[in-house]
Design a protein around this ligand. Structure first.
Ligand code: HEC
Ligand code: HEC
Ligand code: HEC
Length: 292
């Protein structure tokens, strides 16, 4: 019974099981379903809202690409928070004659010392331009309410849990460290995954909880390896994404949808995304891989 039901689930996610499994890896540079979601669908209904005293073009950029490190409690070696107007108006450490915001513009454009600290995570030029225009206008206050998926307490947003143990399926064990388990089990029929993980709507979802599919969120996961090869993966109905084939480490990663981008700034040398992106977050990761 369980097997029959599982095949139905698998069948719903895959139109062609043999060669190119649409529920799993995609290595093309084409559009796929990544742009199917409208702007309003990007958060999948998850996340929580945090009021700020900044306009949205500033607050949303910071929340998406800076506050992983420059949060209210700075982490990963970042020397200061970047969450409020006061944080941005403060004199910079490196050049106290200028505001943190003015130095931030330079650092976002820098090719030698970029912020975020990896060229692959670079902010879109139009977003930098909007931030710069705000600085040039003497940083007028705003009241943007930003979506902060990491401020949400642990919850299974989808309400759907994987209950089939290690029964083989592309939808299996969302949230778990896929490659760690596949490797620990040694030789077998299971595929030798080189990149794998799960995308969620909020930052601290429990293991075995289904995440967000590309079909519902329009989001894809893009990994760029050290040789410049791009892997684009579409999260399946469980939110799981994965790829097979040679990967040259270290890698950078980002989640992209019409709602924006969430990028990993520091390159990592493992493709087992959920080993760091646990519910609580391990090895410095803020928690789950979340939708923009
Ligand atoms: C992965 C963590 C990380 C992310 C993400 C990140 N930063 Fe940083 N930031 C750092 C660290 C570490 C430093 C201190 C070392 C340095 O200056 O390079 C720093 C320093 C800075 C400084 C220099 C402060 C000064 O007084 O000179 C600015 C400005 C800055 N970050 C802005 C940003 C902005 C804007 C973003 C988002 C677009 C961002 N950072 C994203 C880690 C991060
Ligand atoms: C606790 C161990 C464990 C974890 C965690 C795990 N797997 Fe598996 N996986 C297995 C086993 C066992 C099989 C069955 C095949 C075998 O025995 O080799 C399998 C098979 C698969 C298959 C082949 C399915 C098919 O229909 O051919 C895929 C794809 C897969 N896993 C993806 C994942 C993904 C993605 C994750 C993480 C989100 C994951 N697995 C997490 C143990 C695990
Ligand atoms: C060795 C641990 C580790 C592994 C493996 C890892 N990450 Fe990360 N990830 C981090 C850390 C630490 C951060 C926070 C600092 C940064 O942005 O670089 C992060 C941040 C991120 C972010 C941005 C977080 C935010 O603010 O939303 C995304 C997206 C991301 N990782 C995706 C991935 C994907 C996709 C994979 C697998 C291909 C992966 N990560 C593998 C440690 C890891």
């Amino acid at each position: 019974m369980f097997v029959a039901l599982l095949l139905v689930l698998g069948g719903a996610a895959c139109s062609d099981d043999d060669d190119d499994d649409p529920a799993g890896p995609r290595r093309d540079a084409g559009g796929g379903t990544a742009s199917d979601g409208g702007p309003g669908t990007g958060s999948d209904g998850g996340g929580t809202v945090t009021p700020t005293d900044l306009p949205c073009e500033v607050a949303e950029l910071l929340a998406a690409q800076c506050t992983t490190c420059h949060g209210a409690t700075p982490s990963a070696g970042a020397p200061m928070a970047l969450v409020s107007a006061a944080d941005l108006a403060r004199p910079s450490f490196s050049d106290p004659t200028r505001s943190m915001a003015a130095v931030a513009v330079d650092r976002m454009r820098s090719t030698t010392a970029p912020m975020p600290p990896a060229p692959a995570a670079m902010v879109e030029p139009t977003a930098i331009g909007a931030f710069e225009a705000w600085v040039a206008a003497s940083m007028p206050a705003g009241s943007c309410v930003v979506n902060d998926p990491f401020a949400v307490p642990p919850t299974c947003t989808s309400g759907a849990t994987w209950n089939f143990g290690n029964l083989e399926s592309p939808l299996m064990r969302p949230g778990h460290a896929c490659i760690t388990c596949h490797t620990a089990m040694g030789e077998g029929p299971r595929p030798p995954l080189t990149l794998a993980g799960t995308v969620y709507p909020t930052g601290h979802e429990p293991d075995d909880c289904n995440g967000s599919s590309a079909a519902s969120s329009g989001a894809s996961v893009e990994v760029t390896d050290a040789s410049g090869q791009l892997f684009r993966m579409m999260p399946n109905a469980a939110g799981n994404f994965f790829a097979q084939g040679a990967v040259t480490f270290p890698i950078t990663a980002r989640v992209v949808s019409s709602a924006g981008v969430r990028a990993m700034a520091m390159p990592v040398s493992s493709g087992d995304c959920n080993s760091c992106h646990t519910g609580a977050g391990a090895m410095g990761a803020p928690g789950r891989i979340v939708l923009p």
